[in-house]
Design a protein around this ligand. Structure first.
Ligand SMILES: Cc1cc2nc3c(=O)[nH]c(=O)nc-3n(C[C@H](O)[C@H](O)[C@H](O)COP(=O)(O)OP(=O)(O)OC[C@H]3O[C@@H](n4cnc5c(N)ncnc54)[C@H](O)[C@@H]3O)c2cc1C
Length: 355
């Protein structure tokens, strides 16, 4: 039997599984999925897990149970492209005939002293749980600073506002307004929501140093009880350590068929891949569909298209607590309750395999 090995059971590889099983995997192939966590984790909801507004179980989805799928739990430590081996902590190395690397991303601290030591994270389920503990154990009227006013910082700040009305929440953002790459209507809507809900947005922030309980904005100290970092991401360290060509963000540069050059047997999906759009779950899934299309054509001895079509994205949706939201759908800005309902609908469809 030949072996397709999937590293990481995130949005990208879950889509690979859903496209291949049960009917589209050739008779003589099996799949091994390796993840350090024993379920698929809904990373897009980690802001709510950290804020304490959803339970741990709400952000887990079981891996599929199929006779041709072997799920192995363990931490990948190294990928050996020459020997076609994946090294896993405390286990024998796993060999592969084909590999899809979908290990997601981690925080990027931009070399800011102390940021890696004194801030909390929502980039993995374990870290989001730790952040939940820190935030929810805070005594009344404590101060929380969130660094980074992108989608995840905004969602965390607003969800925490609803979860803990007693806290002072500060959101530090580099731009003149939050979401400065979105249409003005959206950034103003979000900025106004924060103003009317008592979240202090610090625009044009420049965090220069972090110490225990102190954040330095433009070198001015800001006392704070908990600091959460949402100000940048980079690919998983396993991919960072690979001796392959990478883009400026450290993501793997791929052929049009999503392979590592000179390694037609190795695909990279999701946040670890250099793609022409910002990383997102939606992008990881769209790319995974193309990867499966390429795999199936190769298995069937069919020619590949000269060019792969661009990956179609449906839009972006963000939440402002449980009642309000914002986003871009088909290039049109939407705000308010309808955006929030749409976001909940997308999550429901994803969880119950309707999307
Ligand atoms: C708060 C927040 C909100 C977001 N909201 C949205 C949104 O609304 N829409 C959207 O499209 N995107 C959103 N994103 C981005 C989205 O979550 C990611 O782009 C997406 O998860 C990437 O998918 P992936 O398959 O590359 O990796 P992931 O889904 O991150 O999966 C990686 C998997 O690899 C496993 N893994 C990692 N390291 C190892 C290792 N060494 N050994 C074994 N297993 C390992 C992990 O356990 C995980 O299961 C959000 C992100 C955050 C943090």
């Amino acid at each position: 039997m030949k072996k397709l090995v999937l590293l990481g059971g995130g949005y990208g590889n879950m889509r690979v599984l859903r496209e291949l099983l049960p009917h589209h995997l050739p008779e003589d192939w099996t799949i091994t999925l390796i993840d350090k966590v024993p379920y698929h984790s809904l990373k897009t909801e980690y802001y709510a897990l950290a804020a304490g507004t959803v339970s741990d179980q709400d952000v887990r989805v079981s891996f599929p149970e199929e006779s041709k799928l072997n799920v192995q739990y363990g931490e990948v430590t190294h990928i050996d492209l020459d020997e076609k081996l994946v090294h896993v902590a405390h286990s024998e190395p796993v060999s592969y005939d084909q590999l899809v690397i979908g290990l997601g991303c981690e925080d990027k601290y931009h070399n800011i002293p102390g940021a890696d030591l004194y801030t909390h994270s929502i980039q993995s389920i374990g870290k989001a749980r730790d952040t939940y503990q820190k935030l929810n154990n805070l005594s009344a009227n404590s101060v929380v600073s969130i660094v980074g006013g992108g989608l995840s910082g905004i969602e965390l700040a607003s969800e925490l506002r609803e979860s803990r009305p007693d806290l002072t929440i500060k959101l530090f953002d580099r731009g003149k307004t939050v979401l400065s790459s979105f249409p003005e209507r959206i950034s103003l809507y979000v900025q106004n929501w924060f103003a009317s809900n008592g979240v202090e947005v610090v625009n044009e922030a420049n965090i220069t140093k972090v110490e225990e309980g102190v954040l330095y904005n433009n070198d001015q100290p800001v006392s704070t009880d908990v600091i959460v970092w949402t100000a940048g991401i980079q690919p998983n360290k396993i991919v960072q350590a690979m001796d392959i060509e990478k883009d400026r963000q450290g993501r793997a540069i791929l052929t049009p068929y999503h392979n590592i050059p000179q390694h037609e047997e190795v695909y990279v999906v999701g946040d670890c891949a250099s793609l022409p759009h910002a990383p997102s779950a939606q992008l990881a899934e769209g790319q995974a569909e193309q990867i499966v299309e390429v795999m199936r054509k190769r298995w069937n001895g069919q020619p590949l298209p000269e060019e792969m079509p661009s990956i179609k994205l449906k839009g972006t949706l963000g939440s402002l607590g449980k009642k309000k939201g914002f986003g871009m759908m088909a290039d049109r800005p939407i705000t308010g309750r309808i955006a929030r309902i749409l976001k909940s609908g997308v999550l429901w469809m994803y969880k119950f395999h309707k999307g």
